[in-house]
Design a protein around this ligand. Sequence first.
Ligand SMILES: [Zn+2]
Ligand SMILES: [Zn+2]
Length: 202
Amino acid sequence: MIKAFAVFEPKGELKPFEYDPGELKPHEVEIDVHYCGICHSDLSVIDNEWGMTQYPVVPGHEVVGTIAKVGDKVKHLTVSQIVGLGWHSGYCNECALCRTGDHNLCTDSQATIIGHHGGFADKVRADANSVVLIPDGIELESAGPLFCGGITVFNPLVQFDIKPTDKVAVIGIGGLGHLALQFLFRFDRPSFWPEAGLTPDT
Ligand SMILES: [Zn+2]
Ligand SMILES: [Zn+2]
């Protein structure tokens, strides 16, 4: 059984909740949760602000943990690796968007906390293709927001091919904006580019 905190009705309180996740599917991994951030989208889902919440809901989509189990078909992850899990916990892997690396736009993606139990728990399951390896040197207790607000603002920096000489405006220093500023301040440090897997052509 997975021990979690769930909300049972709109605007309800988080209460202890246990569920049986069943057999691990071939493409899934099970993650022992070490930390999980709290995002405003957790509150929106708890309160059913978007009309799509499925109760009981286990919120939490900024998960940092260790891989505890891997399904038979999972090749690229192994037990004991440190990983993150964000808004999506699965993709179809077959549509044109998935095949060209834009999994985040897949219309058949599985949201981690809608119709699926999230990371306010001792364990969480996800398709291996939605799980991100965390490199050494990242502070794990504060890494969770990288998998939601962080990737949301990092993605456009890559999509728009932002260079160290570009000017970028960040409107609002909230959950997303404060991470955007931290990425942008690092853009003019030479070491940032190779660490982030990018090549500046300046
Ligand atoms: Zn979020
Ligand atoms: Zn897809």
